[in-house]
Design a binder for this molecule. Sequence first.
Ligand code: SF4
Length: 404
Amino acid sequence: MDLLTALVDKGLRRELPSREEALAVLATSDDDLLDVVAAAGRVRRRWFGRRVKLNYLVNLKSGLCPEDCSYCSQRLGSQAGVLKYTWLKPEEAAAAASAGVAGGAKRVCLVASGRGPTDRDVDRVSRTIAAIKDQNEGVEVCACLGLLSGGQADRLREAGADAYNHNLNTSEGTYGSITTTHTYADRVDTVQQAQAAGLSACSGLIAGMGESDEDLVDVVFGLRELDPDSVPVNFLIPFEGTPLAKEWNLTPQRCLRILAMVRFVCPDVEVRLAGGREVHLRTMQPLALHLANSIFLGDYLTSEGQAGQADLDMIADAGFEVEGADTVTLPEHRAAGVCGTHEGGCGGGGCGEGAGCHHGTAPHATDATDATDAEPAAQAVPAARTDLVAVRRRGAGTDLPPNA
Ligand code: SF4
């Protein structure tokens, strides 16, 4: 397939594909899916080998957010019934982080609901970072606290944070239909503040909110322009009690095409398979490891992931290996100067579930031409198999502590 040959060639050279090429990946047929995965897998292996970086989310502050991100179970007015609590104490967060590190995570992502931190919140998170680093030598810490104001990124960096996560989530054109309490530009500004402070930027997207293929390509090209070191790809978890509860738009095949497109557009970036992988990829999760080089271990912010041991088994069974703490995540050209240190790689969770936000309309159409010259356009997208999935709220109806 000429398209895939060209994309692999570009990916190996870190060259940006055209928008048309990115759209064509999303429009490939199911018959071509394994070829698409294999092609993007070559690019993934060129820059990251067969390594899988594990990240662990710690939800420092859950629910009760004044913002209205439509995808988020913690939003203003959410009826999702998720755990709600105010800030974990530094030692509580450190204990949770240590459990993740013991499971193989090399990055801990500290997430707090809310529009953004106060200076007092930054003090509190600084103490938490110190407690985590004290107990877990060499661990990377990424903060995800929402929109930053002047000087806060510098203070987090001084406190020892390696990275900052703030997702763009969806395209600039559709952002206003997902969230009204802040803008796409606000989000771009926070990512740039983090970068200016020397933090490794982590910024990604949420797919499955009803967006078009063009929207997806827009947000991924927007991310490429921002040049984060890690890009979490979330698949919407349609929580009951949120405006997007009925948005079951994704199939495993669609998720794989999206991940492949992100890999081709951001070839040497840590692409993280984030929230929603279990409910949307289901038994196809192992194929996604050929595209993403990073996942979250265990649970998400307000919903359960598969058990951590199942993640480790999946990685081993698929022929991949967990990335060790002494391995630099990012390729050499990118790691130099990242985090101001040795260990490149930085990613992060994000507001929402694994990170991200937004909403959409109709399921993506078969609007682009097929990747092959002679073959018909991609088939109509089959209905999502909602009978196969269940969103399990973390801690719901149990005494489980946060991120147990
Ligand atoms: S994504 Fe973040 S800012 Fe938006 S509603 Fe959820 S917790 Fe609040």
